[in-house]
Design a protein around this ligand. Sequence first.
Ligand SMILES: [Zn+2]
Length: 441
Amino acid sequence: MIKNIDFSFLVLPKFNIKYDKDVYPPVIKTEDYAEVKLKLPENYYFDYEDGEVVSKNQLLKIQFNPGIKLLNGYFISEIKDNEFKVSLSLIIPIIKWEIKSPQLNLTDQSRVKEIWHEDLYNQEEAQLAINNIDRFDFDNADLILNNDQQKIRSKKLGNKLIFDLMRFADDIKNSNNSVQEISLKTGNDNVYDLFKIRTKWEIINPSVKYRKEENIVKIGWQQLGRDHGKNIILWNKKSKEKIFSEEINNNNKLIVNLKKKILPNQYRLQFKEKDTWNSGEAKYPADNTLNVFDLTIGDKKDFIAVIKDKGLVITKVEDENGDKFPLNYDYKITEIRDASKLEFENEERYEGNLIICNKKDNNLQPEKLEYNPVSFYYKFENSVLSLFVDREKDGFTYCKKCQKLFWDTIDKNHSEYKHSKYHILAVRYYVDYNRISEELK
Ligand SMILES: [Zn+2]
């Protein structure tokens, strides 16, 4: 097929150039190159002037920026020790799309780009065109949304296929996806991705640093899509208390001077779009909410220093299946110190004194306990104790009915035989700092 080649003058005894594909779709990543493979007749080669030709024999691999219109180079032949050199331009059958609308002017696009939905749909019309279709092995196509969810038939206009993008507007508005994919499905059933429409504002790569000396929090992030003003809220993940809420526009970092010092802990960082209809107080965000991130502030050394100073209170227990259960009493561990002997190498174990307090009376009455000191491993990243045992190295049983921890041999008042079907082995213990540890010493 000679239609790919323009030449000024060339005598070729046998001429055949083949691309490795009939159609080159838009490239996905911004840094990607497009690539063609050409098969040339014997004793000929092609020297591409704008890029690299990977192998200079009869099979050439040429990498090029997909934005170019033509591959310009020299076609060289050697006939009877004479070299003939002819400049040559190859037209690559690469799909290029364009959107022309008052707010967007995207012509000659050869990459799968992301478009913010408001730029496309905050106007009365939006038209997509695929140009130069005489280069391709198809002459009609459908535009499809999210892999066939909806489609638009093409209108052929001269050498172009035209699509009315407004016909996707309702489906896109009602979609739960953050990003909508728009592809071309050709008459011969090939599908090529063209571009994406982002409908949700999304924060990625958030980072938080706390400087204890200056008492400031530094927050950084990147965002996809656009917001119209936002609040950044830091929550304590255990107490669900709000540490701060700051309003910010068009920036990707924030420095907050805190009113009081914060402890090393698990926190929840929320990026919330400013809601002009609802100016009420922000509520603690649910798990798996968009633009909400869990993070730990502080390192192991910081956490250990605080637990040795303040002590811990067990807030929940977890069984081996990962189910969590509440406690009807306050189980406090005071006077935490490094364990006197190591059970396992390479793991730091701690010990302390366990005190059980009655929650209902709000009257702290430490029971008389013979099982101290207790010992445990402490995982600061999620504030969890494991291998929590008494002085005799016996584990604790949890009663789902009484919501209480007990020891078979020690807690004689527990109606353990009647409740035995409610008993489980507590494997992990969720803890928080004991705020009133001073009073218990
Ligand atoms: Zn019980």
